[in-house]
Design a protein around this ligand. Sequence first.
Ligand code: ADP
Ligand code: MG
Length: 259
Amino acid sequence: MMGNKKPAVLLEHYLKQLKLPTMLREYQAIAAACAKEGQDHIAFLLRMAERELLDREQRAAERRLKAAKFPVVKTLDTFDFKAQPGIKKTLVLELMRGDYLDARENVLFMGNSGTGKTHLATALGQSACAQGKRVRFFSVTGLVTQLLEAREERQLERLLTRLAKLHLLVLDELGYVPFSKAGAELLFEVVSRAYERQSIVLTTNLPFEGWTEVLGNERMTGALLDRITHRVHIIEANGESYRLKDARKRAKRKQNENP
Ligand code: ADP
Ligand code: MG
């Protein structure tokens, strides 16, 4: 009586131990489907392995995406290239494929506020996640704050080691607010360690001339720029602010509705 049940119980036990949750969940359905279609054992096993692998890859991708801590989801589908004719779509599409990551090259988005720099940097980062890369998104000020805090707590080396394990650092918005001397030095440290080992995607509304003021030290700024721009793809977005344009369009629509 127990004889029929025992193999299934054992199998489920083994699948659990082997950490094959998808097989565990689906083996009965797959076995039934294969029996119905007259498939042999190898076809059955193949289907089981495929399902497990697919699920595993998907779970890993979700984990990577969560670990990257993007504040929002952005894709290229929602990016209107016509609204920003200065941005070369072909270059963005090429970068989305991720070859720059394998070459440890950087990407620099420069331009005015509201021109889609963060949108595109986020889309690049999320695409890298989907390609199996370890990614982390930071606002530049957020990263500097974390570095300063880590140093205070004597955890700096630990944080730097963690950062060094990433394939890609997305550093959003190097802006107008100057860093403290210590903050700038720590940012420089991250960029130095990434040089030729990791990729950095950086967005900024500062022209190169403005960087010294924010980083506070001409020689260090030179060294930092040198490392970031040694192998870099620069995307300049100097069109009109999309936010502004959008707001204006909406205001106009409202005006037309209530003349
Ligand atoms: P930036 O980082 O350059 O200041 P953002 O990427 O934050 O600009 O863009 C501001 C907002 O406008 C975001 O919600 C973004 O998704 C949207 N946006 C900007 N440019 C475009 C565009 N060309 N097409 C679609 N949405 C855009
Ligand atoms: Mg931005």
